[in-house]
Ligand binder design. Structure first.
Ligand SMILES: CC(=O)[C@@H](O)[C@H](O)COP(=O)(O)O
Ligand SMILES: NCC(=O)COP(=O)(O)O
Length: 238
């Protein structure tokens, strides 16, 4: 079974655009769960341009499905937030300051010592650790050496190439996913997944544990409504 975790960053972006509390991120998270989402993902960034650190603490009080916090662990504030919140899963992402969104996975070989320390810090607090990587076999193996429980494959390049040649687009992901399975890592995927490209990814990598989807899903909800949209994404994962 592949779980759908809805990333609600974009709900916070909309809320922040007017400075009030509409839409309310806690209510949206609860609605996503009610409509069938099996997890809630947030990705707080140091500038708090969408999800705020306070949102994360409030969400933890109410989310009953898997709570996944993504972010850059080189920020001390992020590490403190995750340890305080105690989510089911933390996903370590090497976000560059000033980037519009995440744009690369970790070099798990070059950053082995730092990642090993961080993984240990979170795991000893009982938090599952996933490491965001590009679909490169050595990076998956490197995540295993760092002690990670899972990897999350960065799917933006897959999504970008999907319409030109979906077989070529998915090939490196299938190889990386097979390595994850061989070395005993759980497998997540995310970034720019959509109703267009999700089913094919799932068909090619049936042992995917989880996908986290935000941008496209929230855009689709404008047209189809949140409840319908979540059902549509769940059907792609059957
Ligand atoms: C790690 C990842 O791919 C997502 O968390 C994505 O970066 C969403 O973050 P933004 O909503 O800030 O674009
Ligand atoms: N980890 C990926 C994620 O949470 C959502 O990414 P996107 O669907 O907003 O591109």
């Amino acid at each position: 079974m592949t779980r759908l975790s809805v990333n609600i960053n974009k709900i916070a972006t909309l809320r922040n655009s007017r400075g009030g509390d509409n839409p309310n991120v806690v209510r949206t998270a609860l609605d996503c769960e009610r409509f069938g989402a099996q997890g809630i993902t947030v990705h707080p960034r140091p500038d708090e341009r969408h999800i705020r650190y306070q949102d994360v603490l409030e969400l933890k009080e109410v989310v009953t499905t898997e709570f996944n916090i993504e972010g850059n662990p080189t920020e001390k504030k992020f590490v403190e937030l995750v340890l305080k919140t105690q989510p089911a899963q933390v996903t370590l992402v090497p976000d560059a300051l000033g980037a519009i969104t995440s744009n690369a996975g970790w070099d798990t070989i070059a950053h082995r010592d730092r990642l090993t320390d961080l993984v240990q810090t979170f795991k000893s607090a009982g938090i599952r650790v996933s490491v965001f990587v590009d679909p490169i076999e050595a990076m998956v193996e490197g995540a295993k050496i760092c002690g990670a429980d899972r990897v999350e494959l960065y799917t933006e390049p897959y999504a970008a190439e999907y319409f030109d040649n979906r077989e070529a687009a998915v090939a490196s992901y299938v190889r990386a996913a097979n390595v994850a399975k061989e070395v005993g890592l759980g497998l997540n995927a995310g970034h720019d997944l959509s109703l267009d490209n999700l089913r094919f990814l799932k068909q090619q990598i049936p042992h995917l544990d989880e996908v986290s989807i935000g941008h496209a899903l929230i855009c689709d909800a404008l047209y189809y409504g949140l409840e319908n949209t979540i059902q549509m994404y769940l059907r792609e994962l059957e």
